[in-house]
Design a protein around this ligand. Structure first.
Ligand SMILES: O=C[C@H](O)COP(=O)(O)O
Length: 337
């Protein structure tokens, strides 16, 4: 089987992850309301752009296996359920450390490479459990915070929650914004809130969850993306996974255009995390292609691209198994968590 790296030009890690995102933080900038108010998003052109993507961009065989393996390294392996337990979180962490079976990696010429997921993502209650279970692996723990998923607890409680997760060892904090600020066009309030969240995170990298399914228009999505980046978000993330509509390719296009505009203006690279409902290998390939086309190859690395998903890994492993053995196995043979 061809070397996946050579087949695609994708880079794979030689050494274990470092336990934290080594990319320089986004320092943010002053709120530029004129810029925010001036943004537009052409909905129908955007729809046309993403509609043609699946047909235009397919990769086959070795190249597809390489792209899927790359996707594994970008997964924030997630459990965010009311019935989560320490045992479930420990199982998830074991899967994060060894996301693809050894025989599959061997057949792909990747045995011995430290292939892990990008992070494990849990509620605050399970941060310490995950940190302990992942000790020595270098895999960061991400905590969802600020009254996830609705974000309607008092502001000072949100800041305390972030601080508690950082104290327990979370290296990444996924905050939720107050949707009301976007729906009422109160950009100063959104900026101030995000600034406070970033400060409470200390050294932990902060991902801003916009809950795009709640924001009514794609123009609002672009505006909220810009304001969060101006306030220092290191990543912008689509969804909690709990809104009526979660990640889509169209909303991704809108957010990637905002990341591109912010990069052109400031030189700062902000990461992107689609989340919610991404469960098939075919889906994630489309997100990767859109990332590459809109932002370039550099944005395919786990320090700039994560996908928040609870069941995607099982399908990727199934597709990789099919690639190396020619057979599909049942989903239940690839349990996650
Ligand atoms: O941030 C991650 C999402 O909550 C995961 O959503 P999912 O369970 O639909 O994959």
């Amino acid at each position: 089987m061809a070397d996946p790296a050579r087949a695609t030009g994708l880079a794979f890690p030689e050494t274990a992850p470092k336990g934290h995102n080594a990319l320089p933080r986004n320092p943010g900038m002053a709120l530029d309301e004129a810029w925010v108010r001036s943004v537009r998003f052409n909905h129908s052109a955007g729809e046309r752009r993403v509609a043609t993507l699946p047909g235009r961009r397919t990769v086959k065989k070795d190249a597809q296996a390489a792209w899927l393996l790359k996707a594994v390294t970008c997964i924030d392996l997630t459990t965010l359920s009311g019935d989560d337990t320490p045992e479930r979180v420990k199982r998830l962490c074991a899967k994060a450390k060894s996301p693809v079976r050894h025989d599959i990696l061997e057949a792909l010429g990747m045995a011995g490479r430290p292939i892990t997921t990008g992070a494990v993502c849990v509620y605050h209650r399970f941060v310490a459990t995950a940190v302990e279970a992942l000790a020595g692996s270098g895999i960061p723990v991400a905590a969802v915070s600020t009254g996830f998923p609705a974000g309607l607890v008092p502001h000072d409680v949100k800041l305390k929650e972030i601080e508690a997760s950082v104290r327990d060892g979370a290296a990444e904090i996924d905050i939720v914004i107050t949707r009301e600020h976007v729906l009422t066009g109160n950009w100063q309030a959104l900026y101030d809130e995000m600034r406070d969240f970033r400060a409470a995170c200390g050294e932990a990298h902060v991902k801003a969850i916009l809950a795009t399914g709640d924001l009514k228009t794609l123009r609002n999505v672009v505006k909220a993306s810009l304001v969060c980046m101006m306030a220092g978000a290191d990543f912008i993330k689509t969804s909690t996974g709990k809104e009526g509509v979660n990640a889509t390719l169209l909303v991704t296009l809108a957010m990637l255009r905002a990341i591109r505009a912010y990069h052109e203006q400031t030189g700062v690279m902000v990461g992107y995390k689609p989340a919610g409902g991404i469960s098939s290998a075919k889906d994630i390939l489309n997100y990767q292609f859109l990332m590459r086309e809109e932002l370039g190859r550099r944005w395919l690395e786990p320090d700039l691209f994560r996908v928040g998903a609870s069941s995607l890994l099982a399908d990727i492993e199934r597709q990789l198994e099919h690639h190396v053995t020619g057979r599909y196995s049942a989903h239940h043979r690839h349990p996650v968590g």
